[in-house]
Write a new protein. Sequence first.
Length: 171
Amino acid sequence: MGSKEALEIVVNGESRELAVDPGRTLLDLLRDDLGLTGTKRGCDDASCGACTVLVDGRPHLACIALALCHDGSRVLTIEGASPPEGVHAIQTALVDGGGLQCGYCTPGIVLAARALLDRIPNPTPGDVREGISNNLCRCTGYERIIGAVLSALPHLTPLPAGRETPGESRS
């Protein structure tokens, strides 16, 4: 076992200073060290997207990302995705629109969709399909997921003043 290195990272708006093994993945850090188990372990080879988190507002596959490569980054997991007053509009739309079944892929899809909607405020169905293309859903197919993401658009609001975590809502 090698020596640990210092890592400063902001996770879900909270600054963290950790000592991390150089080979530790971001997924292991989030799940095992920080207890944020909403980020799912699926394939461990970047094939399924279940481990998708937002790093500085962009989707990243945490299973293949070394934690130390994210020193100084802002990471958003599904646990930090909801606004203080409740569930995020994309999560509600997925439930209401039948865009989930087992739910294993849902955290990654929600975060990938949020990153897309931050970049493209009025996406086409093709934009949504591309935006979630790194996320594998074995249960639902994708039409209901795409429809749910599009149905969430009227319910998204800008980030409140002082809220700095990218990807939490439409800007």
